[in-house]
Design a protein around this ligand. Structure first.
Ligand SMILES: Cc1ncc(COP(=O)(O)O)c(C=O)c1O
Length: 460
């Protein structure tokens, strides 16, 4: 039974529940990483890559070892490392052959790189809505958006919970589409007996410094398909200079980049992956405790764990219900912050509302994507461009694209659940991460109690 507190809110000059900042690092770095780094520095090979045919095309010994660990841990045939999840996402979109004007259906409720990886291939991100339990793609919304130009679904397993992977895979199979998983936030989460990141054709992990385990920067692409693995490796390391020399005639179209992971980063990753289960358990235990402790507060819905799924709580996302609270989400979050508690309002602006998508003609790649998409169509009936129809191969039709395509793909209101979650319901904390402990969880709950009592008596 929670007792009523009367202390003055910190936002009104009272003492805060927590007066010290949270620790910066959320992964465990110790002697194991230090030993690996020293060993690598002493060997002198800080990168093992060379953009030439031969062994060094695939990276140095630490890179190869790291990839073996990931493939084993995620029970897939191939793990291809890169220098970021953004690089891995772009590699995946390129590897499956996405090209100008193609449509890829994805989530608007994610970090920008998910959508940008599609734009990098001059293709069109088409945003389907999310559902309000897992915050992942709503399969019904995805299916409605499938057109003859759709080539893939890029789903995001967000905050630590899988999206509806089984249903999304069924849709992908039904329409002969690729399924890619952005699993940057949910390593080791499960869905229907499979690890998130291993249901789709390719699954992506992030090793950046905020993630569950880190190498500073880094990404991994998981796949069971040898052809995709080969393309991913070509894309990572200037594939265009290699294919001719290794007689991969069928792949002469495969442009590469420099997405290579250094030996130093890979060296750090080797002990990190061994800590993945331990760090996941810490977050899951603290999150279970927080879910239980929040039960008395009916204005907060803690994270949902769907049947046949597990949650790894990369972040702890709650839904806030103003009607039950009697105060607004903004008042609540501001008062919690004043108490020294880590809590944010919303997650990310649904991606299509960002300026890039609202002014798509200003971003060269998006302009090409939309122009090509448009050219694959008949001219729309309501076409109002001043140019004559005979000019229509003179791409891009900037004014036309600006007026019609931002409306078609990116107008406000296209994903009402994502907008509602961001604008009025979701609030997120990261306090379940290592090295936080039960102390931080109890402090959070104490602050929720203090703030809700305080705001209610003020608003009474
Ligand atoms: C869902 C999601 N996708 C992609 C990325 C990009 O990861 P990286 O920083 O490794 O490129 C992030 C990083 O925050 C992410 O959260």
């Amino acid at each position: 039974m929670i007792k009523k507190t009367k202390s003055k809110l910190a936002i009104h000059g009272g003492s805060p529940v927590r007066s010290s900042p949270y620790p910066i690092h959320s992964t465990m770095l110790d002697d194991a990483e230090e030993k690996q780094l020293i060993e690598t520095i002493r060997k002198g090979h800080l990168s093992g890559f060379s953009a030439r045919p031969g062994d060094r095309f695939l990276g140095g010994e630490k890179v190869i070892e790291l990839e073996e660990h990931f493939a084993k841990k995620f029970n897939v045939k191939f793990a291809v490392s890169t220098n970021s999840a953004t690089s891995s996402l772009h590699s995946a979109i390129s590897a499956i052959g996405i090209r100008e004007g193609d449509e890829v259906i994805t989530s608007p409720f994610t970090m920008s790189a998910t959508g940008s990886s599609i734009v990098m291939q001059n293709a069109v991100p088409v945003f389907a809505d999310i559902e309000d339990r897992t915050f992942g793609l709503d399969p019904a919304s995805v299916e409605k958006l499938i057109s003859k130009k759709t080539k893939a679904i890029l789903t995001v397993n967000i905050l630590g919970h899988p999206s509806r992977l089984k249903e999304l895979k069924e849709i992908a199979d039904k329409y002969n589409l690729f399924l890619i998983e952005d699993n940057a936030q949910s390593p080791m989460a499960e869905n229907h007996g499979k690890l998130a990141g291993t249901v789709g054709d390719i699954g992506i992990l992030s090793l950046n410094y905020h993630k569950c385990i880190q190498t500073g920067e880094g990404g991994i692409a998981l796949t069971n398909d040898p052809n995709l693995a080969e393309r991913l490796r070509l894309i990572r390391n200037h594939g265009e200079v290699v294919v001719g020399k290794i007689n991969k005639g069928h792949m002469t179209n495969q442009l590469g980049w420099n997405y290579r992971l250094s030996e130093l980063q890979a060296a750090v990753g080797i002990p990190q992956i061994k800590k993945l289960d331990y760090l996941t358990k810490i977050r899951s235990d603290l999150a279970s405790m927080l879910i239980k402790e929040l039960e008395p507060f009916n204005f907060l819905t803690p994270p949902v764990i769907e049947p046949e799924s597990s949650h790894v709580f990369y972040l702890f996302g709650m839904r806030f219900h103003e009607h039950d609270a009697g105060f607004s989400r903004k008042e609540f979050v501001n008062a919690m912050k004043a108490e020294g508690i880590a809590l944010n309002e919303g997650y990310v602006l649904p991606m299509y509302l960002e300026p890039m998508y609202q002014n798509p003609h200003l971003t060269p790649q998006l302009n090409v994507a939309l122009s090509s998409n448009f050219l694959k169509d008949e001219l729309p009936e309501n076409f109002t461009n001043n140019r004559s129809k005979h000019d229509h191969k003179k791409c891009p039709y900037e004014s036309h694209i600006k007026e019609n395509y931002s409306n078609k793909f990116y107008s406000p209101g296209i994903c009402p659940i994502a907008e509602k979650m961001h604008e009025s319901e979701i609030c997120i904390t990261d306090i379940c991460k290592y090295p936080n402990s039960e102390k931080e969880i109890l402090e959070f709950v104490e602050a929720v109690k203090k703030v809700s009592d305080g705001l209610l008596s003020l608003n009474a």
